[in-house]
Design a binder for this molecule. Structure first.
Ligand code: URA
Length: 287
């Protein structure tokens, strides 16, 4: 016999799941769901102690994630304490890499990033190591995590189209060469924005990466990349200008994921692309 109740329940569950996917919940972080409403009721009912210093629970110690698409992930406190040890290890590992391949291997050995345990693949780079232009993004998303390559999702398509317009491409085609990497090499769950602790520990790697590629022009896309490379953030003000980083010209610009949400800003982004093309022409590297 046909069990109508089961069919309705199943369809409701599928609808709810689809809704969660639309909201950006694309991985299961815990086997058992946490009822945050119950948790906040419980915390509100707890008597407040004004004297004793409170010990932060792992969940409350998590930095506010500026997640654009998914739920914040709670991390054990070991990942959230000052990351001195991690930064020292990152500097040592990155500094010892003499080639791009050695840098990739050094990163593979780096155990300290909180994002490693949820990620499927490390995402290192794509394109030609001989490129004059190196793009630095933020962190891999779901598709990049699946394929182990940067910028292969929707924002990557936009990025490829944008740079093709000024004659550059990461692919082995007729256009000039392009090299692409990210500040963070493992996908932050729910696409949360990497926080300062993450940027601090990945900074030695991306800076070494830039040194080894030695491009003529660097393009940091969005705030985490500007923070890691230029030590500044505030992309709206930073873009539109040239900066000097380790004798390399840097032209910050909007991240393509942001442009997908704010297509009205493509015009400004186009101005940055034209400035890059012009600079390549000036240094005799225009293809
Ligand atoms: N966004 C990034 O910053 N990097 C990627 O690789 C993909 C999306």
């Amino acid at each position: 016999m046909f069990n109508l109740e089961f069919v309705v329940e199943r369809e409701t569950a599928i609808r709810q799941l689809q809704l969660q996917i639309e909201y950006g919940a694309d991985i299961a972080i815990q086997d058992n769901p946490i009822d945050r409403f119950e948790e906040s009721k419980r915390l509100a009912a707890k008597p407040k102690s004004s004297e004793a210093p409170q010990r932060a629970s792992p969940a409350s110690a998590a930095p506010a994630a500026t997640s654009t698409t998914g739920p914040a992930r709670s991390y054990p406190t070991k990942f959230l304490r000052p990351q001195r040890k991690a930064v020292i290890a990152a500097n040592r590992l990155a500094g010892s890499a003499k080639t791009v391949e050695e840098l990739r291997e050094a990163l593979e050995q780096f155990p300290h990033s909180r994002f490693r345990e949820d990620a499927r693949n490390m995402v290192f780079s794509d394109g030609s190591e001989d490129a004059d232009v190196m793009i630095v993004g933020e962190a891999p998303g779901a598709r990049e995590d699946e394929l182990g390559k940067p910028f292969v999702g929707k924002s990557g398509q936009l990025l490829d189209n944008m740079f093709a317009e000024i004659g550059l491409s990461r692919f082995d085609d007729d256009l000039g060469p392009l090299y692409i990497s990210n500040v963070v090499n493992w996908r932050p769950p729910g696409n949360m924005t990497p926080q300062q602790i993450d940027i601090d520990m990945f900074k030695p790697f991306i800076r070494r990466h830039i040194k080894l590629i030695a491009p003529r022009i660097l393009v940091p896309l969005g705030n985490p990349a500007c923070e890691a490379i230029l030590g500044k953030s505030g992309i709206t003000k930073l873009r539109g200008h040239w900066y000097e980083y380790d004798n390399i010209s840097a032209r910050p610009s909007y991240h393509p994921a942001y442009l997908l949400r704010r297509p009205d800003l493509k015009r400004e982004s186009w101005q940055d692309l034209l400035a890059i093309k012009q600079r390549l022409r000036e240094i005799g590297k225009d293809s």
